[in-house]
Design a protein around this ligand. Structure first.
Ligand code: UDX
Length: 430
C-alpha cells in the first residue's frame, strides 16, 4: 500500500518509519525543503533514539522517500496521514493554519478517492472542518473520507511506543475507511477502538490531560509531604500497587513540560470555554505545574542561604531524558528564576543545547561534567538522564566548592550522596 505522510516532524517521521518497517511504501512530504534534503540523506532534524538507524535502513530498502512537491505525492497516494503541527496561538487555542494549508493542497491536487487520516492533535470538531476545507479547494467532487487517528507516542521512546501502541483509535463514519486503516496497522497486533471522529479527537485530549493531572496531583501532594516529612516516592509506590491507580505517571518532580501536555491542556480549556463549560480541575493542573519549580527552588535557596552570586550547575535541560527538546522544559523556568536571583549558572545536557542568544557571562553551557561543576556551590538536576544517575559522584565532589545537590526528579541515591559528604535534597524524599 502507498502512504503519504504530510509533515515530517516527530510524529510524521516516526509514523512514516513504522509504516515503512511494516513493509508499506511511504512518502514523507514537507514544505521545508531543507528538512526533506536532510531526511533524504539519512539524517534526522531532531534527536530520537533508534530512529536514524531505521531511516537509513528504509532509505536503502526503498520503502521510504521524501519530497517537497505536493501535487505528485498527493496524486500517487490514496492514503494520506496528516502529521503537521498544531501549536498554541496567543490565546492558548490550537492554531490550525497548517491543517488548513494541507487541506487546501489535498483538495486542489487530488484526482481520485483519498483517505485522509488525522494524526495531529486537533480540537474537537476539526475533522468536520477538514472535510469542508477540502471540499472548498476541490475543482471536481472527487470522493474522500476523513478519519481521526490520534497518536500517543512519547518523545524519547517514540519508536517503541509507535511499534507497540496500547490501542489504535479510529474515529470515522465510514466502514470502508475503518477497514483500510485496520489493514494498515494489523501487523502491530494492537487492539482497535472504533468510534466517531469527535470522540477520537476527545480521547487524545482527555488522555494527555489525565496523565498531566496525575503528575500535578502528585506534585501538589509533594509540597504537603515535604512539610510533614513523608517520602512522596514511597507514597507513589504504595498507591501504584493498586490496580485501579497503576504505577505510571506518579513521579513527583519540578513539573511536566514538552510539546504536548501544556499545549493540549490549554487547547482543551479553550474548547470548554468556547462551549460555556468549565474544566476547573485542569485550571488547577496548569497552576500547580507553573508554580512547582519555583516552590522547590525557594525551599532549596533556604538550605543554601541564597542563590545570589552562587555558582549553580543545572544538569539536564531537555524537558525529559532522551530528547533534545526544550519546549516548555521546567529547566528553562528554573534558569530564568536563578538569573533573577543573580546566580551564575553553568548548564550541562548530554544532547540538548541552549539557544546561543540566551548565553551570557551569567549563563554558560559546557560539554563535560567536570567543566560544568567547576567551583559550583550547588547542583540542580532538572531531567533524569541516566548519565547523571550513574555519574561518579565521588569524583564530582572534587570539582565543587560547596556540596549542595538539589534533585528535581528524585533519581539520585540521597543516602549514598549524604555519605559522600553532599547536602542532598530532592522533592519530598526525606
Ligand atoms: C506525552 C504523552 O505521554 C504522549 O502519549 C503524547 O502522544 C504526547 O505527550 P511526551 O510529552 O513526549 O508524551 O512525554 P511524557 O513521557 O508523557 O512526559 C511529559 C512530561 O511529564 C515530562 O516533562 C516528564 O518529565 C513529566 N513526567 C512524566 C513527570 O513529571 N512525572 C511522571 O510520572 C511522568
Amino acid at each position: 500500500m502507498n502512504i503519504l505522510i504530510m509533515g515530517t516532524g516527530y510524529v510524521g517521521v516516526t509514523t512514516a518509519l513504522v509504516f515503512a518497517e511494516l513493509g508499506w511504501n511511504v512518502t514523507g512530504l514537507d514544505t521545508d525543503s531543507r528538512k526533506i534534503q536532510t531526511l533524504s540523506e539519512g539524517k534526522l532534524t531532531f534527536y530520537e533514539p533508534g530512529l536514524e538507524d531505521l531511516l537509513i535502513k528504509h532509505l536503502k530498502t526503498g520503502n521510504i522517500h521524501f519530497t517537497s512537491s505536493p501535487e505528485k505525492a498527493i496524486q500517487e497516494n490514496h492514503i494520506i496521514f496528516l502529521c503537521v503541527g498544531t501549536p498554541s496561538d496567543a490565546d492558548g487555542n490550537a492554531d490550525l493554519q497548517f491543517i488548513h494549508e494541507v487541506a487546501k493542497s489535498i483538495g486542489k491536487h487530488m484526482d481520485g478517492y483519498k483517505l485522509i487520516a488525522v494524526k495531529s492533535t486537533v480540537p474537537i470538531g476539526t475533522n468536520g472542518k477538514l472535510v469542508r476545507w477540502i471540499r472548498e479547494a476541490q475543482s471536481l467532487p472527487h470522493p474522500f473520507d476523513v478519519v481521526s487517528n490520534p497518536e500517543f507516542l512519547r518523545e524519547g521512546s517514540a519508536l517503541q511506543d509507535a511499534l507497540n501502541p496500547d490501542r489504535i483509535i479510529i474515529g470515522s463514519d465510514s466502514t470502508h475507511a475503518v477497514d483500510i486503516i485496520k489493514n494498515l496497522y494489523n501487523p502491530l497486533q494492537s487492539p482497535f477502538f472504533v468510534t466517531t471522529p469527535k470522540t477520537a479527537e476527545m480521547i487524545k485530549y482527555a488522555s494527555n490531560a489525565f496523565l498531566a493531572t496525575k503528575i500535578s496531583y502528585m506534585n501538589e501532594l509533594s509540597r504537603l509531604c515535604e512539610t510533614i516529612e513523608v517520602n512522596i516516592s514511597d507514597v507513589a509506590v504504595g498507591m501504584g500497587m493498586d490496580d485501579r491507580i497503576g504505577p505510571k505517571f506518579l513521579k513527583a518532580g519540578i513539573g511536566f513540560g514538552g510539546s504536548c501536555f501544556p499545549k493540549d491542556i490549554k487547547a482543551l480549556l479553550h474548547t470548554a470555554k468556547d462551549y460555556g463549560s468549565e474544566l476547573s480541575i485542569l485550571d488547577k493542573v496548569i497552576q500547580v505545574n507553573q508554580t512547582q519549580s519555583s516552590h522547590f527552588l525557594n525551599k532549596w535557596e533556604h538550605k543554601l542561604g541564597s542563590f545570589s552570586d552562587k555558582k549553580v550547575a543545572i544538569l539536564g535541560i531537555s524537558f525529559k531524558p532522551n530528547t533534545d527538546d526544550l519546549r516548555e522544559a521546567p529547566s528553562i523556568a528554573i534558569i530564568q528564576e536563578l538569573l533573577q536571583k543573580q546566580a551564575f549558572i553553568r548548564v550541562h545536557d548530554p544532547i540538548a543545547k541552549l539557544p546561543t542568544g540566551l548565553l551570557s557571562d551569567r549563563l554558560q553551557q559546557f560539554d563535560t561534567l567536570e567543566k560544568t561543576l567547576h567551583r559550583c556551590d550547588a547542583v540542580i538536576l532538572c531531567s533524569e538522564w541516566e548519565e547523571y544517575r550513574s555519574a561518579d559522584w565521588t569524583q564530582m565532589r572534587t570539582y565543587m566548592n560547596q556540596y549542595f545537590v538539589f534533585d528535581g526528579r528524585n533519581i539520585l541515591d540521597g543516602v549514598q550522596l549524604t555519605k559522600l559528604g553532599y547536602h542532598y535534597h530532592g522533592i519530598a524524599n526525606q
